[in-house]
Every structure is written in structure tokens, then in C-alpha cells.
Design a protein around this ligand. Structure first.
Ligand SMILES: NC(=O)c1ccc[n+]([C@@H]2O[C@H](COP(=O)([O-])OP(=O)(O)OC[C@H]3O[C@@H](n4cnc5c(N)ncnc54)[C@H](O)[C@@H]3O)[C@@H](O)[C@H]2O)c1
Length: 253
């Protein structure tokens, strides 16, 4: 129970990396506010935390809407307390080149993956107690480090999120607020499960996904959550403005 009683907000908490992060932070003593669009997924994460003796509150919100995100953040402060940790995990993607991407898909992916993480922290930062000791962790992607084939609308906001992370770190370090990006390679989540299920040969597609990492396997959501816990905790207090790559060697090749 390293962080007993601190409030952590986790977006995208209904699934995958967000769920694993929420479970991990709750296990370490955080009171976790779970944000997502997916009501059923939120209930599952909330139950998992509470059954293990942790504390969690679920908030249904579309993070594309800055007003909605701001209202939920204030509600969290009233019902649970001012947040000290914010982990932006919610994200979405589309497999297409820039020419193949529809206007609708392009707007959706850019908004969820960059506009949301731009506005959510503004509400949270203004509530961070005395603005000291606050940590914002952005889950970006290796797609923010290198170009990936047929991921134009996804690579752009993931790279933007790394830039936003650095800018906020520079502006707010002296106020005691840190901001860090984590850039995972392929992580075996519900998202990847859906991509594989729709592939013509799901078994071959899974092998190909694993082989993208020199380690020969995909990462687990828990491995990403462990890095979030490190960065958000006292041992990570010298980490600021960094883009930490966790990719089984994918971008080293
Ligand atoms: N899985 C991977 O291989 C991988 C690799 C690198 C980076 N990432 C990043 O990690 C994050 C989580 O990915 P995952 O694989 O766990 O995905 P996932 O699909 O399992 O979970 C994403 C969650 O975000 C939520 N969400 C999407 N749009 C939202 C919105 N507008 N408002 C509120 N909630 C919304 C979804 O409902 C879902 O619960 C994403 O940002 C993704 O870009 C994933």
C-alpha cells in the first residue's frame, strides 16, 4: 500500500491497459476514479477492484467532449477528493493510409487520441492539491515514435501526445507536476483481440503480431500498468517529460 488514500483518475478504464492500470493503482492503495464510455466494462473493472478490497468509483463519460470531461473531473473532486494522479489511457485507431481514412474516422481518432488528453489534464491540474506532487501519465504508442504502415490517423495524435507531454513537463515542473508518456509496442488487449478476430487467419495474424517484437511476444497490460505505477510513485519522481518505450525491442530493430 505505497500510496494509501491518494486519488487516481484512469481514463479508458473499462478495458485493456486502462483496466490493468486501475487495478494496479488500487492494489497499491489509490482510490481510483474510472472513466470510460463503456458502462458494462466500467462495472467489471469497478467490481474487480472492490472485490479485492480496493476503492473505485465509475464515471461514464465521452472524453471527446471537454465540457463533459471537466464536469466529471469536478464531480470526482467532490465525491472522492482532488486527484493526484491522472492516467490518460483511452484511445482508438483505424487501419488506413491518410488517403483511405474517411473524414469521420479521421476526426474520431484525432479527437479521442489527442483532443481528449489535451483537455482532461487542464481540469485535473487545476484541482491537484496545492499543485505539488501531481503526476500525469499519457499512454501514447510506438506509433508516436515511428511511422507505422496504414496507421496515419493513429500515428499523428500519438506523436502529438508525446509533444504535449514534453511541453507540459517544461511548463509545470516547478509547480511540482510531472508529465510522462509511455509508448507501448503491441500489447495483448481486447483491442488487439478484435483486430485478430477480424483477420482472415487469426492464428497467423497473432503470430505476426508477436513477431513484430524482437522478443517474439506481445506485451501484457499488466506490464504497462507496472510502469505506470513506478512513474506515479515515489521511485519515479525524477522521471519528467520522458517518452518511455516499452516494446519488446520493436523500435530498436
Ligand atoms: N494494445 C496495444 O497494442 C497498444 C499499443 C500501444 C498503445 N496503445 C494505447 O493504449 C491505450 C489503450 O489501448 P488498449 O489496447 O487497452 O485498448 P482497448 O480498446 O482495450 O481500451 C480502450 C478504452 O478506451 C475507451 N474509449 C475509447 N474512446 C473513448 C472516449 N471517447 N471516451 C471515453 N472512453 C473511450 C474504450 O471504451 C476502451 O475501454 C490506447 O490509447 C492505445 O492507443 C495500445
Amino acid at each position: 500500500m505505497r500510496f494509501s488514500g491518494k486519488i487516481a483518475v484512469v481514463t479508458g478504464a473499462a478495458s485493456g491497459i486502462g483496466r490493468a492500470t486501475a487495478v494496479r493503482l488500487a492494489r497499491e492503495g489509490h482510490h481510483v476514479a474510472l472513466l470510460d464510455l463503456d458502462v458494462a466494462g466500467l462495472a467489471t473493472t469497478c467490481a474487480r477492484i472492490q472485490e479485492a478490497g480496493g476503492r473505485a468509483h465509475a464515471f461514464t463519460v465521452d472524453l471527446c467532449d471537454p465540457l463533459e470531461a471537466g464536469a466529471v473531473t469536478r464531480e470526482i473532486a467532490v465525491t472522492a477528493g482532488a486527484p493526484l494522479v491522472l492516467v490518460n489511457v483511452a484511445g482508438t485507431g483505424v487501419a488506413a493510409t491518410v488517403l483511405e481514412t474517411s473524414d469521420e474516422d479521421g476526426n474520431r481518432v484525432l479527437t479521442v487520441n489527442l483532443t481528449g488528453p489535451f483537455f482532461t489534464p487542464r481540469a485535473t491540474m487545476s484541482l491537484m492539491p496545492d499543485r505539488r506532487g501531481g503526476v500525469i501519465v499519457n499512454i501514447a504508442s510506438v506509433a508516436g515514435q515511428v511511422g507505422m504502415a496504414r496507421r496515419a490517423a493513429y500515428c499523428a495524435p500519438r506523436a502529438g501526445l508525446v509533444g504535449l507531454t514534453r511541453a507540459i513537463a517544461v511548463d509545470h515542473a516547478r509547480e511540482g507536476i510531472r508529465r510522462v508518456a509511455i509508448c507501448p509496442g503491441t500489447v495483448e488487449t481486447e483491442w488487439i483481440g478484435k483486430i485478430l478476430a477480424n483477420a482472415p487467419d487469426p492464428v497467423a495474424a497473432r503470430e505476426a503480431m508477436a513477431e513484430r517484437q524482437p522478443d517474439g511476444r506481445m506485451g501484457s497490460p499488466e506490464e504497462i500498468a507496472a510502469m505506470v505505477a513506478f512513474v506515479a510513485g515515489p521511485d519515479g519522481r525524477f522521471v519528467n517529460g520522458a517518452a518511455l518505450v516499452l516494446d519488446g525491442g520493436m523500435t530498436a530493430a
